[in-house]
Design a protein around this ligand. Structure first.
Ligand SMILES: Cc1cc2nc3c(=O)[nH]c(=O)nc-3n(C[C@H](O)[C@H](O)[C@H](O)COP(=O)(O)OP(=O)(O)OC[C@H]3O[C@@H](n4cnc5c(N)ncnc54)[C@H](O)[C@@H]3O)c2cc1C
Length: 459
């Protein structure tokens, strides 16, 4: 980037909201994925007009712009792989309008998920997707990746809650999509096009979300199994048995070992655990649901079933589930976390197949995740400085994606394609679909300035 361009950006946002200082650039070379590339500068816009003026400038001088929320993405979407400018939206973090009567909230993209939750709680409302990174990730990042979470099986993902957006297009024009109504059949759904677009079509500067009344009661249970088949069969039967639990998580044998050896937990010697949560408005309603689920678990030979008796016990169980990833990460210098997803009826084939694949490549791994909506997280640990381990990792990851697609699944249930899954995009999407996606990108961004190098749009 030329000096005069840097000066022009600084003039748009003011001193203190722009840097090209090497030390300050370093954190922006990373997100939570396994990828890295340093930008040439970082900007912190504070309003939509600044975003628009910067994108105009980028088109004029042909520098790339990579939007960024909190940088917790797991597929490298916020990595400025072509250098250029990182646009950090963390200072656009105001909750603009809470309209309880309409069950809506309007926010800027830099609002942290947990801050929104805290703000909604006193009104008895919540924004359900609940990614495990909720204490730090931004709503803009959630929308751009179509984030999901533990409660996806019942409540869906971010996409199900976005009613409308304000977006700055790569050429600087500002558009509004969707409406402030609970439904709309008015023309093509541009909102859905931007949700999950990973910052390649526009910068999201305002989000209108539908919010939900928070259930007043919940129950959590844990079931232990001596075989994967019995656990996955329980999951399949629960999910089509008429009761939809608010969470249904699978924890594999390796995760159980990690919880014992790294986390110091005392757990029985079993092959698989599943965590189940039911929710509703009264205790009797949540108990009724849990009892139906317990029948399924017993029918499928659960060795032990424990039901959390207090909120503290329930919180403790969720803390254990959320700690698996970080405890497992200790088993290698680096790790990758995938989010492959299959139709629920294929969950056994996926977990069994991934286990076989990674075992055959001789790397430590754990498998856990939101099995209730067919989404699991294989996390594979490796040593990046060892070329042989790197090669084995790549082979294992490729085989996992091939298997997922053979099972009718998708490469990403919630993290997006970014850089990490770009080489495998063609496993899932045919040439005509890929050409259409490329044409849409070119229509929005003919000069390819916005988040270039992502979603397999370039060689
Ligand atoms: C410990 C941990 C747990 C996680 N658990 C989950 C989980 O349960 N579910 C889940 O879905 N994900 C999870 N993630 C991944 C990650 O938190 C989500 O993808 C999250 O939505 C990213 O938000 P962010 O603000 O960090 O976005 P970033 O990582 O900064 O950006 C992600 C993508 O969005 C784009 N982007 C960001 N803001 C905008 C904007 N305003 N306009 C246009 N594009 C934008 C970026 O260019 C990039 O492509 C987890 C990550 C970690 C580290």
């Amino acid at each position: 980037m030329e000096e005069k361009v840097k000066k022009a950006i600084e003039e748009i946002v003011g001193k203190g909201n722009f840097t090209d200082d090497l030390v300050e650039l370093v954190p922006y070379a990373y997100d939570a994925s396994d990828h890295e590339h340093r930008p040439e500068a970082v900007v912190w816009p504070t309003d939509t007009e600044q975003v628009s003026r910067i994108l105009l400038l980028a088109n004029e001088h042909r520098f790339s712009v990579t939007p960024r929320g909190a940088g917790t993405g797991l597929s490298g979407g916020a990595i400025p792989i072509r250098g250029g400018l990182v646009m950090d939206l963390c200072k656009m973090n105001r909750i603009l309008d809470l309209r309880i009567a309409d069950r809506q909230v309007v926010v800027e993209p830099g609002v942290i998920y947990a801050d929104l939750e805290r703000m909604l709680a006193p009104y008895g409302y919540f924004f359900p997707p609940d990614p495990a990174s909720s204490s730090v990730c931004t709503i803009g990042g959630n929308v751009a990746t179509n984030a999901g979470g533990i409660r996806g099986a019942k409540y869906g993902t971010t996409r199900d809650y976005v009613l409308g957006l304000q977006v700055v297009l790569p050429d600087g024009r500002v558009i509004r999509t969707g409406s402030s109504c609970m439904k709309s059949s008015s023309g093509l759904d541009l909102t859905r096009l931007f949700v999950g677009s990973e910052g390649i079509l526009g910068v999201i500067t305002e989000i209108t979300l539908k919010i939900s009344p928070k259930p007043l009661s919940s129950k959590i249970g844990i079931a232990f199994f001596s075989s994967l088949r019995e656990a996955t069969q329980s999951i399949i039967e629960i999910m089509h048995g008429g009761i939809i639990p608010s969470a249904l998580e699978l924890i594999d044998e390796n995760s159980i070992r990690v919880l014992k050896e790294e986390g110091g937990l005392s757990l029985p010697p079993v092959k698989v655990m599943i965590l189940i949560e039911t929710d509703g408005y009264t205790d009797s309603e949540t108990w009724f649901q849990m009892e139906r689920i317990i029948e399924v678990l017993k029918r499928n030979k659960a060795l032990q079933i424990q039901i959390g008796r207090s909120t503290e016990e329930a919180n403790e169980l969720w803390k254990i589930r959320k700690s698996i990833g970080s405890l497992a990460a200790r088993l290698g210098t680096h790790n990758v976390s995938e989010d492959v997803t299959v139709p629920i009826s294929r969950i056994h084939d996926l977990v069994h197949g991934v286990t076989r694949i990674v075992q055959s490549h001789g790397l430590p791994f754990v498998i856990f995740g939101h099995a209730g909506d067919g989404n699991i997280h294989p996390r594979i640990m490796y040593n990046r400085s060892d070329p042989d381990e790197r090669r084995r990792l790549q082979k294992a990851v490729e085989a996992i994606f091939k298997l997922t697609c053979q099972l009718g699944g998708t490469l990403s249930g919630e993290h997006g394609i970014g850089l990490a899954k770009a080489p495998f995009f063609h496993f899932e999407h045919g040439p005509v679909e890929r050409e259409l996606i490329l044409k849409i990108k070119r229509l929005f961004d003919p000069n390819n300035i916005l988040n270039p190098g992502k979603m397999a749009l370039e060689d």
